[in-house]
Design a protein around this ligand. Sequence first.
Ligand SMILES: C[S@@+](CC[C@H](N)C(=O)[O-])C[C@H]1O[C@@H](n2cnc3c(N)ncnc32)[C@H](O)[C@@H]1O
Length: 285
Amino acid sequence: MMNEVLRTAILGAGQGGRAVKELLASSRQVVVWLDNDPKKKGSLIDGAPVDQPEAYEKYAVDGMITGTLNRDSADALEAQMRALGYSGPIIHGVDLRDRWDIRLATLRLLARQIEARKVEGAVAELGVYQGDLARELGNLFPERPLYLFDTFEGFADEDLTSPAEQAQGRRWDFSDTSPQQVLSRISHPERVVMCPGYFPETIPREAVRYALVSLDADLYKPTLAGLDYFYPRLSPGGAILIHDYASRQFEGVGRAVDTYCSEHDLWVLPLCDFHGSAVLLRQGG
Ligand SMILES: C[S@@+](CC[C@H](N)C(=O)[O-])C[C@H]1O[C@@H](n2cnc3c(N)ncnc32)[C@H](O)[C@@H]1O
């Protein structure tokens, strides 16, 4: 029917659920967030209440969307709603994440623009780990030097500056990698300038201009140090793609970016991807 608005429940009131909500067409209206965490019950997100899954019938929804990015959790949420007697449609946000990649699409569009407008400079990534994104950068910019910065041993203790970051430090281990392993994944390894060790101590001695930088260090201190180093060295038309800007898990990234941007009167463009990414563009002049 024309102009029908579908009353929609989002299952999961966390970062994944919010990312899903931003992606919804205007033909869907979120009327409730259903979440198993009893502490969230009674709060409002963008004007819609958070309630327990058991209460779903009150909201007379036309459909549900799982807002978790973990496939097992999405299946478990669907099973839970079916066990509660809900028989309407349930779609999964994780299906979208698995098929479409907004961050990568943005990177491809930026690369195309940078090449078309001949923006000068090298490409870089701070926070490489096993090189998933570095490999894409190498493919997109086969002619340019690619600077790769990582401890290749995971987070440094001195960067775990808040209780939240110390908790993430216990949870995540990024040490199962090496510069050689990453190099073997890059199509033009002769273009790579490996900068292993603690950033910012690994900043190159030579003056480098950059056209595109991926900032993916997860924590406050290296993110701020990365902006301090890279932004002034970006060519006009160049860009920094920032991973986790809106992450609730790695909240230090957003803090660092907001600190840097407010001190330098800059604004980021948030992306509607599931990583909570953002782009910082260097204007001309
Ligand atoms: C989420 S991982 C990067 C993921 C990667 N971009 C990808 O595409 O898979 C974060 C990385 O940042 C690195 N890192 C964090 N702080 C750092 C610092 N101060 N110096 C160097 N590397 C750092 C960690 O070692 C880790 O490998």
